[in-house]
Design a binder for this molecule. Structure first.
Ligand SMILES: CSC[C@H]1O[C@H](OP(=O)(O)O)[C@H](O)[C@@H]1O
Ligand SMILES: Nc1ncnc2[nH]cnc12
Length: 289
């Protein structure tokens, strides 16, 4: 049996994963509230897979309504060892065209109306986000995207905006000057919380549009995004299947598995027992759940 349990967060257009065998929707409760939906738990070959549609089936939740902490906690609670996230994104670069996939390796976080940490009052932690994704999982995901037939960009900076409105033209130009390659509304604080939960994380951005920085082109509208999403989602599903099938049976330890060993700063004598209890899944390895 494979040592990997692969978590998959599906973004806009990806609400179901038919490739999962013996799959069942399971309700998972967390100390942080309800995740976006039940988890679809099954397997691909001998890899256990846990799928969560980020916006819920039917796309009920907007980016600022997502309970990111509950989503990551639920993944951890379901035994996920590695988490791949799939997102619809706008392109901020000429050579990244709609239909292309970008394997994200950096982020600029401009979100401001979201809970961004599992830690805080009574138990403080500071994890490093210098290298925010897992290179190993990203590399498997990139190969899987290529096998799925997508044009793949092997690195890219994702600008996370609050939304739900799309950017102004001035913002879009500014993000390009900052060096961002793609833009979306959901990967932050998802990536930060995955790191706090010691989950190696990879993000694949499926490009739907050119946002609004191109002078002679109509700005992005949901209608155009939905049209592109259909084509992208098929490749996204194929990517997940190739990814699960390409994982070696044995899972070597990742440095991300143990980041909390170096992140906690609160003296044990004053750590809040109530917060520690809430961290049973996220920090169970260090607090002995
Ligand atoms: C439907 S376009 C805007 C919407 O799509 C992206 O969601 P996700 O990252 O979950 O695929 C974007 O971030 C916005 O939430
Ligand atoms: N242009 C865009 N801006 C923000 N999020 C997006 N998701 C898909 N396209 C987007």
């Amino acid at each position: 049996m494979s040592e990997w349990t692969l978590g998959i967060i599906g973004g806009s257009g990806l609400y179901q994963l038919d490739a999962l065998e013996d799959a069942q929707w399971i309700s998972v409760d967390t100390p942080w509230g309800a995740p976006s939906d039940d988890l679809l738990i099954g397997h691909i070959a001998d890899v256990k897979c846990v799928f969560l549609p980020r916006h819920g089936r039917g796309h009920r939740l907007g980016p600022s309504q997502l309970n990111f902490r509950a989503n990551i906690d639920a993944m951890k609670r379901a035994g996920v060892t590695d988490l791949v996230s799939i997102s619809a994104v706008g392109s901020l670069a000429e050579d990244i065209a709609p239909g292309h996939f970008t394997v994200v390796d950096q982020f600029i976080d401009r979100t401001f109306a979201r809970e961004k940490s599992f830690f805080g009052d009574g138990l403080v932690a500071h994890v490093s986000m210098a290298d925010p994704v897992c290179p190993r999982l990203s590399s498997y995901a990139a190969d899987a995207a290529r096998k799925a037939g997508a044009t793949v960009h092997y690195s890219g900076t994702y600008l996370a905006m609050e939304g739900p409105q799309f950017s102004t033209r001035a913002e879009s130009h500014m993000y390009r000057h900052w060096g961002a390659d793609i833009i979306g509304m959901t990967a932050m604080p998802e990536a930060k919380l995955a790191r706090e939960a010691e989950l190696p994380y990879a993000l694949i951005g499926m490009v739907t549009d050119y946002d609004c920085w191109r002078e002679n082109e109509a700005p992005v509208e949901v209608e155009a995004i939905i049209a592109q999403l259909g084509a992208n989602a098929a490749a996204g599903r194929a990517l997940v299947e190739h990814l699960a099938r390409s994982l070696p049976e044995k899972r070597e330890a990742s440095p991300i598995d143990t980041v909390l060993d170096y992140a906690l700063i609160t003296d044990p004598s004053v750590q809040d027992p109530a917060l520690k209890a809430k961290l049973d899944a996220v920090g169970g390895r260090v607090f002995g759940a």
